[in-house]
Design a protein around this ligand. Structure first.
Ligand code: COA
Length: 335
């Protein structure tokens, strides 16, 4: 779905979205398609490219902020769809920061002997919270104009609506057989004081009932996002956490071959690149084609880099991400 398509349902423009975010297009899950369905496709491809069978997976870590149901989590649904019922599935809720957290959890599971082959998946179906109902107009299936009320409503949430897209990525993780290769370490942070910088007010169990027509009328089912503040948090916290992690592991920033950063906004990553004074060619971006797919951005980007032959054995990777919670962190891995 291009930026011009979005402009059919709200007041925005390709120029504004590209300049402020670097995003040119995004995909949306189809109606009835949950994040576990998209995760299934990504997982099958990851399993295939790892040269293993689904039955070799002995643990699933599933990251999403847009689950199929409020409960249970989507990891179990994915396990069933992959034909591996009985395999433990852990849902993690670190939103856009999921991958550094997931890598640390996976390392812990391997260190304790609880798992050997872990499927770490990030998958999102954000379409359900988009602030319009005029999907036919958006997809160009109808040339009617949307009502002024619908346009005004969508435009009110445009800062949020333009950045998110749907997608899934999966990583198969195994203990490295070579010394000094594999996961090196992570440095993670959470600060719940900022939980309301980006959150969904409706559907929480502080209220009775937990969902009501009144909440929908007040648009509380659409995430509220303080984009400016998140931007500032990301451009300060991500360079700081990367520097600290490198210091702890005696790694120089210029030794890192690839910074695989969450794709929230190209301007965020440009600013992080500048703050770290690293070569921009080491900070790849694919946000132009997918938008912000939350927990899925890092595995999608990693898959593209692998398939393009860019990631080489021995490369040192630094993962970087910040998301709703707030959660943020960095992780180091030697391929
Ligand atoms: C969302 C984000 C792109 C908004 O960019 P911004 O420059 O902060 O934009 P603002 O919200 O301050 O709006 C600036 C102007 O653009 C307008 N605007 C906002 N969204 C717009 C859109 N999609 N199209 C056109 N105009 C838009 C605003 O109405 C405002 O106009 P005004 O100055 O006349 O009031 C940016 O803040 C961002 O990316 N933040 C980080 C968000 C993030 O990372 N979220 C995920 C966390 S994991």
């Amino acid at each position: 779905v291009t930026n011009d398509a979005l402009a059919r349902v709200m007041d925005t423009s390709d120029e504004w979205i590209r300049q402020r975010t670097g995003i040119g297009a995004r995909y949306y899950a189809a109606e009835g398609q949950g994040c576990s369905d998209i995760a299934l496709e990504a997982s099958k491809r990851a399993i295939e490219s790892a040269g293993i069978a689904p039955g070799d997976i002995d643990y699933i870590i599933f990251a999403t902020m847009t689950p199929d149901y409020i409960f249970p989590g989507s990891g179990g649904l994915l396990g069933a769809k992959l034909g591996i019922p009985g395999v433990p599935a852990l849902d993690i809720r670190q939103q856009c920061a999921a991958i550094p957290f997931g890598l640390q959890v996976a390392d812990g599971l391997m260190q304790t002997g609880a798992a050997e082959t872990i499927l770490l998946v990030g998958a999102e179906a954000h379409a359900g919270f988009m602030p319009w109902n005029d999907w036919d107009v958006l997809y160009g299936q109808s040339d009617r104009t949307v009502s002024p009320e619908a346009r005004e409503r969508a435009s009110r949430h445009r800062g949020l609506a333009v950045i998110f897209g749907d997608g899934a990525g999966a990583l198969v993780l195994r203990r490295s057989r070579k010394a000094h290769h594999g996961y090196i370490g992570a440095l993670l942070h959470t600060d719940g004081r900022h939980a309301e910088h980006i959150f969904i007010h409706a559907g929480g169990f502080r209220r009775r009932p937990y969902i009501s027509e009144d909440m929908i009328r007040k648009e509380e089912h659409i995430p509220r996002m303080d984009g400016k503040d998140l931007f500032k948090k990301a451009v300060t916290k991500l360079p700081a956490v990367a520097r600290e992690l490198c210091k702890r592991h005696h790694v120089q920033l210029d030794e890192i071959d690839w910074f695989i950063a969450h794709q929230a906004n190209d301007r965020i990553n440009s600013s992080v690149t500048e703050a770290l004074q690293v070569d921009p060619n080491k900070v790849p971006s694919n946000i132009e084609r997918y938008g912000n797919t939350s927990g899925a951005t890092i595995p999608i980007l990693m898959d593209e880099l692998l398939r393009d032959g860019k990631l080489k054995e021995g490369d040192l990777l630094c993962f970087l991400a910040l998301g709703a919670g707030l959660h943020w962190g960095a992780a180091l891995m030697r391929l």
